[in-house]
Design a binder for this molecule. Structure first.
Ligand SMILES: O=C(O)CCC(=O)C(=O)O
Length: 243
């Protein structure tokens, strides 16, 4: 119990200070079945389509994502990862969506961005700020297009793109997360982050990214197309566990 409390507290402090925290696979139970099945999906490129918003990256086709929604959502509950994320964040989290990304070979960087921000009197993204959980289904090194963060930038936000540019290119706050298959990262979506370019011809980088809001209320915004079925399934599984 003491180990558990210390584990959660240290991740919570990292999340507060840095805006992200790495959860190693050894601390996540029952992940192997998920990793094996997702690797099988990754082995067939017919399961994927070009991701329109991310040049050079692929995501699961909507039909394949629907067929496999139980695989991606059950793993949150069958392992301890979702419960750990709620304890680390200090509150109940509610799924808004998930995407499984694949990049193969040389791939350009996604670009530095915050998901939630305020510019020119306009808010973008979820207010209050939600979280994303990334579970890596392949090892990832700096040259494979790893995720990178501007450490602490969720707490240094002057709502100004030039200041963000300064943080990204001239500060020493960039952290590139090199990880092993099965490791996960929980991050605050106000944090400046990026998928760096993959510079190896033979690199394969794969990750499932789940978006979480802080209330049921925010799920409504995501009830479009087939995503409603994904949210309904998540909510019904969550209800079984918290009622
Ligand atoms: O794929 C990544 O590492 C970053 C993804 C990202 O930027 C996002 O989900 O907002």
């Amino acid at each position: 119990m003491q180990f558990f409390n210390e584990f959660i507290t240290s991740h919570r402090q990292k999340l507060f200070l840095d805006g992200f925290t790495i959860i190693k696979k050894k601390n996540i139970s029952n992940l192997d079945n998920f990793l094996n099945k997702v690797n099988n999906l990754e082995n067939n490129l017919d399961n994927f389509e070009n991701q329109k918003k991310q040049k050079g990256a692929y995501t699961l086709k909507p039909t394949v994502q629907q067929q496999n929604k139980e695989l991606f959502l059950d793993t949150l509950f069958l392992s301890n990862i979702f419960e750990s994320c709620c304890l680390i964040a200090g509150q109940q989290l509610y799924l808004t969506n998930f995407k499984h990304y694949l990049t193969k070979g040389k791939t350009p960087a996604l670009g530095w961005h915050r998901d939630t921000y305020y510019r020119k009197n306009k808010f973008t993204g979820l207010i209050p700020t939600g979280y994303k959980l990334a579970i890596y289904t392949k090892n990832v090194t700096e040259n494979d297009g790893c995720t990178a963060f501007v450490k602490g930038s969720h707490r240094i936000d002057f709502n100004n793109k030039y200041f963000d540019y300064f943080l990204t290119y001239f500060s020493n706050k960039i952290r590139k997360v090199e990880l092993d298959k099965g490791d996960a990262v929980l991050f605050n979506v106000n944090l400046i982050h990026n998928r760096l370019k993959a510079s190896n011809f033979n690199s394969i980088r794969a990750v499932t990214i789940y978006g979480f809001a802080l209330s049921h209320h925010y799920q409504e915004k995501y009830l479009n197309d087939n995503n409603g079925k994904i949210i309904d399934y998540f909510n019904s599984e969550l209800k079984k566990r918290i009622s």
